[in-house]
Design a protein around this ligand. Structure first.
Ligand code: NAD
Length: 373
C-alpha cells in the first residue's frame, strides 16, 4: 500500500505519525512510504533518516495526499486538509470526532475511510491513548516541580527536600495511567505521595507495587478536603470513560490549600477535575485563582515531541501495518480491534458514540465493510 505521512499543521503540534524505524518496517513489508519534507524534523528525524529507511520524501502536503492510499497522521485533519482527502482513501489518526460535528460532517463528505486511534479497543483498554497518558503523567511532576519554584510564584519547595529538611507532599487524584506515572515520578524524586482512587482493586494493586513513600487512600469528597491543606502539589488525573471529569476540588476548597501551592490538572482535556481549571497552552501555562497556581495545559505531550512521537508510534505501528496489509474492508472484518477504531467509513458513521453525539445514523462497521472494496 502507498502510505503517506504529512507534516502536522495544528498549532504547537510537533509530533510526526511515523518514525524512520516505522518507515523501515512498512517498506520491508512491501509498502511504499511517502513523507512530507520536514515532517519529522521537530521530533528529531531529518528527511535523510526517512530516505535511508527506504521512504520517498515529497515536497508538500498536496503531493503526499494525492499519492497515498492511506494517510497516517497524529491530530485530526484541519479544514485546509479536508479538500486533500478523497473517496476510498484511508485516514488513521487521533480524530476525536465526538467533539466536533463540523469535523464529523467533513469526514463523511470526503467518502474516505477514517480510523481513529482513540477508539481502538483491546479488551477494555484503549492502547493508543495510553502512551500519551504515560507522557502526560510523568510530565505533570516535571511541570509541577518547576511551578513550585519561588521564581514561578510557587511555594519555593523542592519535591524531595534534602537530608534534615521535609519533603513536599504530593496528592494525586486518580490512580490510572496518568496518576500512576505521576506518582512514580514524584516518589522517585523523594516526595511524600498520596494517591486517591475509587477503584478498590486498583488501590490494592497500587499498594502492592508503589514505593514506600506512596500511600493509597479511597477517594471521597471528605478525604480530598482533608488532604488539600497539607498538599504542596495536587495532580488531577481522574477519568470517567466517555464522560466529563468529576469535580473533586471545588472552588470553595481552594481556601483550604496553602498559599502558592500548585495544581496540575492533567484531566483538563475532559473538563478538569478541579472546578477552577480551564485549558491553557505551553506558551502561557499557569494562572492563579485564590492564591493557588493552576497548570492546565491540554496537550502536555506536545512539549516533548521526541518522546511523544516515539511513544505514540511504538503503539500505532503494528495497527498501521495491519491496515496496510489488509485494506479498509478486511481490516474491519478480520480484526475486532480495528473495527473499534473505524469511525466513518465511506460516508457512514461506524462509531456508536459519534453517531449518538450528533443524532446521526449508526451503521455497524462490518455492514459497511461489505460494501467497499
Ligand atoms: N492534558 C493532557 O495533555 C493529557 C494527556 C493524556 C491524558 N490526559 C487526561 O488525563 C486523564 C486521566 O487519564 P488516564 O489515562 O490516567 O485515565 P485512566 O482511566 O487510566 O485513569 C483514571 C482513573 O480515575 C479514577 N477515578 C474515577 N473517578 C474518580 C474519583 N471520583 N476519585 C478518584 N479517582 C477516580 C478511575 O478509577 C481510574 O483509575 C484523562 O482525562 C485524560 O484525557 C490529559
Amino acid at each position: 500500500m502507498k502510505i503517506g505521512v504529512p507534516t502536522e499543521i495544528k498549532p504547537q503540534e510537533n509530533r510526526v505519525a511515523l518514525t524512520p524505524a516505522g518507515a523501515d518496517r512498512l517498506v520491508t513489508e512491501g509498502n511504499e512510504v511517502f513523507i512530507q519534507s520536514g515532517a519529522g524534523v521537530n521530533s528529531g528525524f531529518p528527511d535523510k533518516a526517512y530516505t535511508d529507511a527506504g521512504a520517498t520524501v515529497l515536497a508538500d502536503a498536496d503531493a503526499v495526499f494525492a499519492t497515498a492510499e492511506m494517510i497516517v497522521k497524529v491530530k485530526e485533519p484541519l479544514p485546509e486538509e479536508f479538500p486533500r482527502m478523497r473517496e476510498g482513501q484511508i485516514m488513521f489518526t487521533y480524530l476525536h470526532l465526538a467533539a466536533s460535528k463540523e469535523l464529523t460532517e467533513a469526514m463523511i463528505a470526503t467518502g474516505s475511510h477514517c480510523f481513529a486511534y482513540e477508539t481502538l479497543e483491546v479488551g477494555r483498554t484503549l492502547p493508543l491513548l495510553t502512551p500519551m497518558s504515560e507522557v502526560a503523567g510523568r510530565m505533570a511532576i516535571q511541570a509541577g516541580a518547576k511551578v513550585l519554584e519561588r521564581s514561578q510564584g510557587g511555594l519555593g519547595i523542592l519535591l524531595g527536600g534534602v537530608p534534615g529538611v521535609k519533603r513536599a507532599k504530593v496528592l494525586v487524584l486518580g490512580g490510572g495511567v496518568v496518576g500512576t506515572q505521576a506518582a512514580r515520578m514524584a516518589c522517585g524524586l523523594g516526595a511524600d505521595v498520596t494517591m486517591m482512587d475509587i477503584d478498590l482493586d486498583r488501590l490494592r494493586y497500587l499498594d502492592d507495587v508503589m514505593p514506600k513513600n506512596c500511600r493509597t487512600v479511597y477517594s471521597t469528597s471528605l478525604a480530598v478536603r482533608e488532604h488539600l491543606p497539607h498538599a504542596d502539589l495536587v495532580v488531577g488525573a481522574v477519568l470517567i470513560p466517555g464522560g466529563a471529569a468529576p469535580k473533586l476540588v471545588r472552588r470553595e476548597d481552594l481556601k483550604l490549600m496553602k498559599k502558592n501551592s500548585v495544581i496540575v490538572d492533567v484531566a483538563v482535556d475532559q473538563g478538569g477535575c478541579v472546578e477552577t481549571c480551564s485549558p491553557t497552552t505551553h506558551a502561557d501555562p499557569v494562572f492563579i485563582v485564590d492564591d493557588v497556581l493552576h497548570y492546565c495545559v491540554a496537550n502536555m505531550p506536545g512539549a516533548v515531541p521526541q518522546t511523544s512521537t516515539m511513544a505514540l508510534t511504538n503503539a500505532t505501528l503494528s495497527y498501521t501495518s495491519q491496515i496496510a496489509r489488509l485494506g479498509a474492508s478486511a481490516a474491519i472484518t478480520e480484526s475486532n480491534e480495528l473495527a473499534t477504531a473505524s469511525n466513518v467509513i465511506a460516508g457512514q458513521v461506524t462509531c456508536r458514540a459519534v453517531a449518538e453525539a450528533f443524532g446521526m445514523e449508526y451503521v455497524r462497521p462490518e455492514v459497511v465493510a461489505k460494501t467497499i472494496g
